[in-house]
Design a protein around this ligand. Structure first.
Ligand code: NIG
Ligand code: FE
Length: 412
């Protein structure tokens, strides 16, 4: 039996109060379930026990990892990333420095359309190597579970190719990789007709996803200038009828009713949501749809930040993710996104930490075995490079973890 005892944890954040109650709202510092001078016992990849003070005799001979007073938390969960793409959009960053907006660049054939062209031009091996090296960057920042979206294929064959590569990435990476098919992202330049595109995705791609199980989730970018609620409606209904699970890019720039539709479709999350209406937010709270805030994108593209108070006051669960992608957020640093969420979305340090662990697990429906330290949960652990939650949020993701453990295995 593989065993590991992590000792001398200055603050051991268990999140056990939330996991015990299966609660995702009304987060207070007490919900972190902090054990001072803590220890954590891991056996066969699972959390076996935890506590504070003297180490019980039965664990004394186990292999030990000395945290030397550091903050120790459950592995971070990045529940929204776009890490599989070819090419490079550095030139767009330069255009933005000269005053163009993200949407102006997109309107000129750049943005997602540019990445579709360069992704199609890359072979499987190139895509896999590039994606794996990006996941390693996430890992060095403490991310043990990654939700990875396609969306730069945008034809039935290309989306299926990206899904297959992502499954290979998942098999080769130590992290848990949750795969999402972002089938409605942007119209490729070779298909001018939106309705025939949606039809092909709905009638050809979705049944193939249901048949093969290549995607854990299905996503759509529901936004003015991309896909409207009406465009996405039959696609979402078909996905649901096939037993596929939905998450939605919703109301990032304008309120197009996407948050409300996401709730109506029973989506697990509605992401971005800066411009969601109060009605949309209320519907999300009622449906248990998690609001995934992506402040790195606001920082990178200089657009509005989502206001956490609107979600908090409505009792809507909040997660935070990186949105790492080639154009609107080339930032693969989830702790940095958490600090941005605290400063600019208005979250407490406790809320921000919960947003990248327990609530992110909920957004991916992994809360039965990830996102907290509970006996039997997966032993995904970060021994941080800081000593407290307060220091973690203040250091803006610049101080790297000392150790990352996934399924009980030390990786760094
Ligand atoms: O989440 N909003 C839609 N998709 C990505 C951006 C993708 C891109 O610019 O390539 C996002 O920000
Ligand atoms: Fe995104």
């Amino acid at each position: 039996m593989a065993q590991l005892l992590i000792k001398n944890c200055g603050q051991l954040v268990t999140l056990a109060p939330l996991a015990t109650e299966k609660r995702y709202i009304r987060i207070t510092p007490d919900d972190l379930g902090v054990i001072a001078h803590g220890w954590l016992a891991i056996a066969d990849g699972k959390i076996q026990d935890m506590g504070g003070g003297a180490i019980p005799e039965r664990f004394e001979r186990w292999p030990q990892l000395d945290a030397r007073g550091a903050l120790v938390t459950p592995g971070l969960i990045d529940c929204h990333t776009h890490p599989i793409f070819g090419g490079d959009r550095t030139h767009e960053f330069a255009m933005r420095l000269s005053g163009s907006t993200y949407q102006e660049i997109a309107a000129r054939g750049g943005g997602i359309k540019y990445s579709i062209r360069s992704t199609r031009a890359a072979d499987d091996h190139q895509l896999m190597q590039k994606c794996l090296s990006q996941l390693w960057v996430f890992l060095r920042n403490g991310v043990t579970t990654v939700e990875a979206k396609t969306g730069y294929g945008q034809s039935v064959a290309e989306e299926l190719r990206l899904l297959r590569v992502l499954r290979q990435v998942g098999a080769a990476s130590p992290q848990t990789v949750v795969v999402t098919c972002l089938a409605l992202h942007d119209l490729p330049t070779d298909i001018p007709d939106k309705s025939s595109y949606v039809q092909a995705m709905r009638d050809e791609l979705l049944p193939e996803l249901a048949r093969t199980g290549l995607a854990d989730w299905v996503d759509a970018f529901v936004e003015d200038g991309y896909f409207s609620v009406a465009d996405a409606e039959s696609f979402a209904q078909k996905a649901l009828s096939l037993g596929l699970k939905l998450r939605v890019h919703a109301d990032e720039f304008n309120d197009s009713g996407a948050a409300f539709a996401a709730a109506r479709w029973g989506a697990a999350s509605a992401d971005h949501v800066q411009a969601a209406s109060d009605t949309g937010i209320r519907a999300m709270a009622e449906a248990g749809t998690v609001a995934v805030l992506l402040p790195g994108t606001s920082f990178y593209t200089k657009i509005a930040y989502a206001k956490a108070s609107r979600y908090r006051d409505a009792d809507c669960p909040i997660a935070v993710a990186s949105d790492f992608n080639p154009g609107s957020c080339f930032i693969g640093n989830l702790p940095f996104a958490a600090s941005l969420a605290a400063l600019y979305c208005g979250m407490s340090a406790a809320e921000a930490l919960v947003a990248v662990t327990w609530n992110a697990a909920r957004a991916l429906r992994l809360e039965e075995h990830k996102g907290a330290f509970m006996p039997g949960y997966d032993a995904d652990v970060v021994v941080h490079g800081v000593n407290s939650v307060e220091q973690w949020i203040a250091h803006f993701g610049q101080t790297k973890p000392k150790e990352v453990v996934i399924g009980g295995m030390r990786l760094t």
